[in-house]
Ligand binder design. Sequence first.
Ligand SMILES: NC(=O)c1ccc[n+]([C@@H]2O[C@H](COP(=O)([O-])OP(=O)(O)OC[C@H]3O[C@@H](n4cnc5c(N)ncnc54)[C@H](OP(=O)(O)O)[C@@H]3O)[C@@H](O)[C@H]2O)c1
Length: 329
Amino acid sequence: MTYTAAENRYDQMQYRRCGASGVKLPMLSLGLWHNFGAITPFETQQSILRTAFDHGVTHFDLANNYGPPYGEAERNFGMHMDRDWRPYRDELILSTKAGYDMWPGPYGNFGSRKYLIASIDQSLKRMHVDYVDIFYHHRPDPDTPLEETMAALDHIVRSGRALYVGISNYKPEQAKKAIAILRQLGTPCLIHQPNYSMLNRWIEGGLTDVLREEKVGCICFSPLSGGLLTDRYLNGIPADSRAGHDPRFLKPDSITEEKLTVIRALNELAQKRGQKLSQMALQWVLRDEVVTSALIGASRPQQILDNIEAVNGPAFTQEELSAIDAILA
Ligand SMILES: NC(=O)c1ccc[n+]([C@@H]2O[C@H](COP(=O)([O-])OP(=O)(O)OC[C@H]3O[C@@H](n4cnc5c(N)ncnc54)[C@H](OP(=O)(O)O)[C@@H]3O)[C@@H](O)[C@H]2O)c1
């Protein structure tokens, strides 16, 4: 059936400026890392995307190797593009990345100019778009000169393949250098994409200071720690959960009793605040405006509906923030 977006979609979301750029991002963005490969029905994918956009989620995040198999999420997105999104292209921020293992041999991984330019060309073909809004270097490459990688990003923008560029998984010092090189080249770094959640607070040890200082945006990935910071695993591992049916990255034996004790304590606190743990976890990563957007995943539309509520949740009191710190300590 032809898709028409909900008329009130922009009333339900709040948008934050991405660093000092002209771009605003929704406080919640949707990533296609899981649930958009060959193992998820096309209709499920379609309803997740539609539900997100109908609630003001204007940003979809991909990467060359999202699947399984590699490339499949972009290929599926290309079909969604043709069916649903062409009329809304100018209302969407689409991103993709290269930096991890993608194709065999020495040119399908890390950060060479050769890899990045070939990869974005492949991504654009798979996604059925002429350009992406943001192209990321997915992770730092210890062996390629940073100047080469950043010059490739600059070229990707100047050649019209992307409007903006970003970096992901760069440590504070590496990020600072990359941001300086990009600035010098005349293609400012729009955004950094780090892992950040209540269970992984590494960015508080310097990265947020760099991004604030440099006025670069921050979109944090896996804010629900892949589903751990939800009510999913409170009573065992459901068969239809990530750890239950697609444990490539969330291994069942990583869900330890120790982690569950923390998650249960957080869940109780969320209940006292009158919200779900997932909603509290999302609100928590967004509590400092240095974080532009929380980049979530979803396996079903209802999760999007639940998560959207986080945008309007009750503000944290100082006591609640201290209680969270104590639980996480
Ligand atoms: N740059 C990078 O290196 C990098 C790395 C990883 C991810 N990312 C990006 O970040 C995006 C999000 O990553 P993620 O999927 O790990 O994020 P996440 O939001 O931490 O986890 C998403 C998972 O949590 C569960 N969930 C979500 N909402 C829920 C709710 N309301 N109630 C119960 N369970 C809920 C679902 O799992 P179930 O399947 O169990 O339902 C869902 O698939 C990716 O798609 C990708 O775009 C980037």
